[in-house]
Design a protein around this ligand. Structure first.
Ligand code: ZN
Ligand code: ZN
Length: 179
């Protein structure tokens, strides 16, 4: 039972949804949210304005997970959500991924599938790595979150752009003090 990436695309989808809905420069319009889901491997044929309306509060809820200050706080938050969001595991085999588990059957509303999948994949990430793999971007002027499901797991920025900008600023600061 394997799925691509971090067991599914739910980890990346969670961060992207949080950024679209809660960050200063995010776009939480219907089309933008549909694009986020599509990029992260969800079947969006049944995306409607109601899907977007249901995902906005979910993204705001998930933001507190990315901002959690302790493992205990993150666990308590996820356990609360896990008891609120009904899970109906379902075996699927599509797009040559091989047999794998979905956390909601195909007939439920898309927004529910997104809630169940993002929640379970974040829970799995937390079990495997604690808080090491999630957070708010370390760039001074950025409020976007990241979730790192790479093998090395050293990510501290939401994007290469933020990492590069921060490194350049640090380099200039060093030159000023040494030159
Ligand atoms: Zn699947
Ligand atoms: Zn950033």
């Amino acid at each position: 039972m394997r799925v691509t990436g971090y067991k599914s695309h739910g980890v990346g989808a969670a961060a992207a949804l949080v950024n679209a809905v809660t960050s200063r420069e995010g776009d939480d319009g219907d089309d933008a949210l549909r694009a986020v889901l599509e990029e992260h491997g969800f079947f969006v044929q049944r995306f409607t304005p109601a899907t977007a309306a249901a995902l906005r509060p979910w993204a705001r809820t998930l933001r507190s997970f990315f901002e959690a200050e302790s493992l205990d706080a993150a666990v308590t938050l996820l356990n609360g959500l896990l008891s609120d969001v009904p899970m109906h595991p379902h075996l699927a085999d599509h797009d040559e991924l091989g047999l794998h588990v979905h956390y909601a059957p195909p007939e439920v509303a898309l927004a529910h599938r997104v809630r169940a999948t993002t929640l379970m994949n974040l829970a799995e990430l937390l079990c495997d790595h604690g808080l090491d793999r999630i957070g708010v971007c370390a760039a001074a002027d950025c409020d976007r979150v990241y979730a790192d499901d790479s093998r090395g797991g050293r990510r501290r920025f939401c994007s290469d752009a933020c990492a590069n900008r921060t490194n350049v600023a640090a380099y200039r600061a060093r030159r000023r003090t040494t030159g």
